[in-house]
Ligand binder design. Sequence first.
Ligand code: E4P
Length: 219
Amino acid sequence: MQLFLDTANLDEIREAVNWGVISGVTTNPTLMAKEQISYQERVSEICQIVPGPVSVEVLAQDAASMVREAREFSTWAPNVVVKIPMTKEGLKAVKDLTAAGIQTNVTLVFALNQALLAALAGASYVSPFVGRLDDIGHDGMALVGQISALFQGCNFPTRVIAASIRHPLHVTQAAQAGAHIATIPFSVLEGMLQHPLTDAGVKRFLEDWQKVAPSLEKK
Ligand code: E4P
């Protein structure tokens, strides 16, 4: 199980990489828009910080334009993975990009059959969106489990990224459901780290030591 960071914010990426727990980054047009900087500039910056896969989403709607965009993105850095929406045109693009040796992440996956099609077209990754399914009363994590089991059973090399992760419990559940990766916002990463008993324990250890330290220093 690996963790990717779901952000285009450099401060968050630098901080998470320093913790030693992040293997890659995923972005999307919404996350990029928050940064108010060109795609190319920000993607190049992210790829210098993160050696692992960095997903960059196409904006085009038709397969030929998606492939054109993808080819351009892949010249920006060797670790760029092109994010392609789960549409008919997207599948055509995935097929062509796979043949060209360009890695793809099929995004906006909400059903098992969509994941199956993406894997058959040759996707390197598929991203089922857990939180957005939960939002409409479906069980997003059940889908992650079904896709993981299907891919394992069929020996598909496509990796499953649990996406649209909203809280730390989602990460635990994604690992248990067999996802290869969870891509998470920085706030969720921070939430995974925190425990009140850890804070209380650190405080108490220091206080206990401080009670004796002054007398020991005099000796
Ligand atoms: C995944 O790659 C997407 O960027 C992301 O997880 C979307 O999550 P959201 O539903 O919180 O926008």
